[in-house]
Design a protein around this ligand. Structure first.
Ligand code: ATP
Ligand code: MG
Length: 435
């Protein structure tokens, strides 16, 4: 296929026939975030590269291998965002959002870019929905955020398909001890580790637990467990988080191997995972990042967040056979033939649209039969045909495309009013029939 009509590898089109599914899911996410007191933040697609180096972490896969980084003509290093947390934290500091009163709660819906090996559930351009809260160290904030994510899955009917796993990776103090224990343990298995993990051994041994290679995974199975190393405060916090999740009736399992791929996490980390979409089974990941805001130059500000991948979530919905409602249809199609009839139809269509109906008419010069065929194809609920005779009589027949019922409509004023009352009456009948 010619390059002109071929998309770039790892990027996907969302076609008109599918976009309603995205809108449906996005709508649920927005509503859920807003129910929890979060407001939307929109940040730029690109940021200064150093922001990601600093916040995501120099030793992470994202920074080492996956970023789309380039120099501008002015010689600045810019990176397409690989995730949403860094940009939101930067904006929080740049615009002093802490003056709005803590905690500051934001959510986002954005495209991210990572240079990864493209495969099912792993793209180079993908979409994330995320929530972030700044300025609360309280375990209720952790639980609230987990509840919000969980509730999104529940609203989509995926409670049984997507399971919550939680862990605590402690604070920098207790993590130091754990890091040392891991160095000793993995040091004894040096000859079997993959090259990437060998380089992780000194700099960031916890990352080895996140390795996707089967051999490293096998070795990691018997590695020391972080929960045996966390300090009293971190352990107490973790107990509180679990307690609040119990209050909310959220089921979880504690999985001590969850460490998350990004460097900024502290204490609570969690993932929502599924086994119904293949190897890329993590739909949502998040946790606390109590040190990040300070790392970026702000006051110490305990914070937390999560991000979920929309592609993976839609894959779960597909695997589950979930039918999503809301494919847009056409309320009324007005077919017309001839100059005068076209003008009448055009006027009526504009009037209907001003009243927020999804109204449509011919734009390509089809004959009447072909126009009606098209009206059927787009799923119009009603149709009207305006020919010369109808024009001179100032009347036309409105057809209910589902029932076949016909109603005479005036063309010299009063069309809209009559259509509204018919439409409302039929919607009511339909709702009663459905209930
Ligand atoms: P993974 O272990 O799958 O590489 P990650 O730890 O890199 O995930 P995060 O940075 O935590 O993922 O991103 C949060 C969510 O964003 C993931 O759980 C996933 O749903 C989605 N995601 C991450 N990378 C991709 C990608 N390349 N393509 C599609 N979705 C992605
Ligand atoms: Mg990744």
């Amino acid at each position: 296929m010619a390059v002109l009509t071929r998309k770039v590898k790892g990027a996907e089109d969302i076609l008109p026939r599918d976009s309603y599914k995205w809108q449906f899911v996005e709508d649920i996410m927005r509503k859920e975030a807003e129910c929890h007191g979060y407001k939307e933040i929109r940040t730029p697609v690109f940021e200064h590269t150093v922001l990601f180096n600093r916040s995501v972490g120099e030793t992470t896969d994202v920074v080492q291998k996956e970023m789309y980084t380039f120099d501008t003509k002015g010689g600045e290093s810019i990176t397409l965002r690989p995730e949403g947390t860094a940009g939101a934290a930067r904006a929080y500091l740049e615009h002093a959002l802490y003056n709005d009163g803590l905690p500051v709660k934001v959510y986002y819906m954005l495209t991210c870019y990572r240079y990864e090996k493209a495969q099912a559930g792993r793209q180079r351009e993908f979409h994330q929905f995320g929530m972030e809260a700044y300025g609360s160290a309280d375990a209720r904030a952790d639980a609230e955020m987990i509840c919000a994510a969980s509730s999104i899955f529940e609203r989509l009917g995926l409670k049984e398909k997507i399971k919550l796993e939680i862990n605590s990776i402690g604070c920098p103090t207790c993590r130091k001890k754990y890091s040392d224990a891991l160095k000793t343990y993995f040091g004894e298995h040096k000859e079997s580790l993959c090259d990437t993990c060998l380089s992780r051994l000194d700099r960031n041994p916890m990352r080895i637990l996140d390795c996707k290679s089967e051999i490293c995974k096998g070795i990691a199975q018997n590695a020391p467990t972080v929960l045996d190393y966390i300090c009293e405060d971190c352990a107490a916090h973790f107990e509180q988080v679990k307690g609040y999740l119990d209050c909310a009736g959220i089921e979880y399992t504690v999985n001590p191997t969850i460490v998350r791929g990004l460097d900024y996490y502290t204490r609570t980390v969690f993932e929502f995972v599924t086994d119904c979409i293949g190897a890329q089974g993590t739909v949502c990941g998040g946790g606390r990042y109590d040190g990040l805001i300070e790392e970026l130059g702000g006051q110490p500000t305990p914070s937390l967040g999560f991000a979920m991948g929309l592609e993976r979530l839609l894959m779960v919905l597909r695997a589950n056979g979930t039918e999503l409602p809301g494919e847009p249809v056409c309320d009324i199609y007005i077919a017309a033939l001839g100059d005068a009839a076209n003008k009448k139809a055009f006027t009526l269509i504009q009037e209907l649209r001003s009243a927020s109906f999804r109204a449509d008419g011919d734009l390509v010069g089809r004959g009447l039969r072909a126009q009606m065929k098209y009206a059927n194809k787009i799923g119009a609920k009603y149709s009207v045909v305006i020919g010369d005779d109808d024009l001179s009589a100032n009347k036309a027949m409105l057809k209910n495309m589902e029932s076949g019922e016909q109603t005479e409509m005036p063309l010299d004023g009063g069309f809209l009013e009559k259509f509204i009352s018919l439409y409302v009456e039929n919607e009511q009948k339909r709702m009663i029939a459905e209930s």
